[in-house]
Design a protein around this ligand. Structure first.
Ligand SMILES: Cc1ncc(COP(=O)(O)O)c(C=O)c1O
Length: 394
């Protein structure tokens, strides 16, 4: 008989009782070092006092009112994001897929209002991941995610990642914009070259296209800057955000320049929950912490050292690992053995990580991780690799 919860996830036989900082305690009584952070979500770790206090106090006052009314918490969060980014205006929603839906609609709507209703197509990339709604699986373009769900939503053209000539060749008079992840997370921590992002910006300027960046996984401090595109020194037109922005409370956002945002007039778009007082209070608590002086510098420094430690893991276990990928605290280890087997061995050592495409073991710990936490994780990775190498006779 089917389980009462629909069977669309392959879940491990493990549940958690509580968490504190980087540590989770399972119902099995074991403690786990969490380098997955609920898939790059728990940016301040578990039970962060500032986040817990903010949510608790807000919940006692008011949880939800709808967007029929002013929501001062949303205004405060939007003000903070605008003051610290390229954006002039912010749209709140509830998830990454929904943020990308908003981003896609903004790009199309702005082209339409600018006298180009024919410009509806968006150039996306091989190995992308933008979410699981009907439009975002089409933007993702992965056949496995599209199968059985009818005709894909039209309007997305896919080209190889990091290949500017392929992008240039794909642009036509129906193209409205470009959408990419600065670091492709789900498909195996593949980083866009800074020159590629710069060339995309120049191409968009040349052809009158909008540059959309999906920062759902890579943003909100994960790579040591508020957004990962900042490393390339470019300014996008519109950015989607979710995951880490709420520190575990469901929240998404679309940040845009006025040129696009001005076209989202009353009636053009909406969501009942989006930007409610409780969600925005969570976002405000998280971003206030992330923007504290030194916080992002620390992520950058710790991320750099973590990268070096992972490199040593590769050198120490060359039959298990092949290479280190990623930036800051968004890292991957490409494995020679099946990544699922390595993941299991790491769990046996009390370390939580996440699988990704291209046989990669992904590490996206809370942003409060210290060098000592990273060392502890690498010790466990080393022990797991050693156990596997012994098992395979290497
Ligand atoms: C880059 C990127 N975009 C979008 C999404 C979809 O976000 P959500 O699962 O919150 O809808 C994800 C989720 O993994 C992601 O990594």
């Amino acid at each position: 008989m089917i389980s009462s919860v629909m069977p669309n996830y392959k879940r491990l036989d493990l549940a958690f009782e509580h968490g504190e900082g980087l540590w989770l305690t399972g119902t099995d009584g074991r403690r786990y070092l969490d380098f997955g952070a609920g898939i790059a979500v728990s940016s301040l770790g578990h039970s962060h006092p500032a986040l817990v206090q903010a949510i608790t106090e807000q919940a006692k006052k008011l949880i939800h009112v709808s967007n029929l009314y002013q929501v001062p918490q949303a205004t405060a969060l939007a003000d903070l994001l605008v003051a610290n980014s390229f954006a002039d205006s912010v749209l709140f929603c509830n998830s990454g897929a929904e943020a990308n839906e908003g981003l896609i609609k903004l790009i199309r709507r702005a082209q339409y209002k600018n006298g180009h209703p024919e410009r509806t197509r968006i150039i996306c990339f091989h190995n992308a991941f933008h979410g699981r709604t009907l439009a975002t699986i089409s933007a993702t373009g992965n056949h496995a995610y599209l199968e059985g769900f009818g005709t894909p939503v039209d309007g997305f053209d896919h080209v190889p990642f990091n290949d500017i000539e392929a992008v240039r060749a794909a642009v036509n008079d129906k193209t409205a914009g470009i959408l990419l992840e600065p670091i492709q997370g789900e498909s195996g921590i593949r980083t866009a070259a800074p020159e590629f992002l710069q060339a995309l910006r120049a191409l968009c300027d040349e052809k009158g296209l909008y540059l959309g960046i999906d920062e759902v996984q890579s943003g909100m401090g994960r790579t040591g800057t508020l957004f990962a595109f900042e490393h390339a020194g470019i300014t996008p037109d519109v950015v989607s955000s979710a995951k880490g922005i709420g520190g575990g409370f469901p929240l998404g956002a679309v940040l845009a320049r006025e040129a696009l945002a001005q076209h989202l007039t009353p009636g053009t778009h909406g969501t009942t929950y989006g930007g409610n007082p409780l969600a925005c209070t969570a976002g405000l608590a998280v971003i206030t912490e992330i923007l504290r002086p030194g916080f992002l510098d620390n992520v950058q420094k710790t991320g750099e050292v973590f990268g070096q430690m992972l490199q040593r893991c590769v050198e120490d276990a060359p039959t298990v690992f092949e290479e280190v990928r990623g930036v800051g605290l968004m890292r991957g280890l490409r494995c020679r053995l099946p990544a699922g087997t390595v993941l299991e061995a790491a769990m046996a050592e009390g370390l939580l990580a996440i699988g990704a495409g291209d046989n990669v073991l992904r590490f996206v710990p809370p942003l409060i991780a210290t060098e000592a936490d990273c060392q502890e994780a690498c010790n466990r990775i080393g022990r797991a690799a050693h156990a596997l190498a012994n098992r395979t006779g290497d």
